[in-house]
Ligand binder design. Sequence first.
Ligand code: AOF
Ligand code: ZN
Length: 363
Amino acid sequence: MNYDYDHKLMAACLRYARRHRGLTASNPSVGTLLVHFGTDGPRIVGRGVTAIGGRPHAERIAIDCAGELAIGSTAYVTLEPCAHHASTPPCAQALIHAGVSRVVTACSDPDERVNGRGHKMLQDAGIVTQTGLFRKNASEDLSGYFSRQLKRRPHVVLKLAVSSDGWLGIKGKEILITGRLARYYGHRMRAETDSILVGRGTVEADDPLLTCRLPGLRNRSPRRFVLDQKGRLPVGSQLVRTACTVPVTLITSWKYVLSNRLYYSGVRTISAEIIEDGLALFEVLEDIAAQGVSSLMVEGGAQVAESFLKADLVDEIALFTSKKSLKEGDIPSPLTQKKISKKFQLRRSLNLGDDRLTQFFRA
Ligand code: AOF
Ligand code: ZN
């Protein structure tokens, strides 16, 4: 057995698991590597990532890939192997039957059907089991899954593009704040999230598609949600015109009924209560999570961003700051690099051409 390679192999396993982020709802995207160690170093004999749609699980795929070579191998798994019988038998049992001799996992699975039972099953079978390797990284990658399991709501990422002088834009004008690289990065974020949300004002002002349009990743567009208390959405908007290919859901007060034209265009609704002067966002998020959605990116506009911040429902902030100033700007950003609540901690910062992306996570 060679423990020196554990970090390298778990890091590779985490990267592999990211391949299906946003494609496995309501299951998390998990990675598994089965590895043999010889005198010439490690040899990966099987690999698996949770299949699109959530099943089969990663371990099953890796075991099938390895065949008899699974015997005596070390399994690296980014989440505790499951212990429950559902559409498939428990992965912990599959690893035992396959003859794996050691299992290294990044974190435990909070699903009440698993929650330590997967690790125990392995240990009871005499398999050397170690957990917690790269726990922080895995928890970040699985933040949507954890949020849905533990808080019954999706992990919320607030994305903002701000000019150097703190503006989000100019009323009535479509302004590009960030450059091409930053916009590509935004599309990559869309590919990795289960869903995206904007307010009706943004639909009226920008007529966005909200899809991922990166070459090769066009089939990875998130489900699209629009907030409007009164159930309005322009029938001719790009969102409505494409609702049959990429789902669109209008979130509205229960007092309003969706028009026939929107319904027959494929738009669906979630109804919520009005509290104070806005929709009850916590209730909305619970309903979204109940549909199997684990991650939500809030992409516009200023009022929607404010209301998520005010309701304390933001878990992560992706702040794109441009070098450009917008002297006539009149839509102030609720946040800038200098104006950010202490609740959030800086996680990473990245240059994208002339723009800078700063990511903050809830402390
Ligand atoms: C694993 N490997 O690749 C994934 C796991 O409905 P089911 O049977 O697919 O079970 C869903 C649960 O399975 C989910 O809540 C989580 O506990 C686990 N996901 N487990 O061993 C995997 N995706
Ligand atoms: Zn499983």
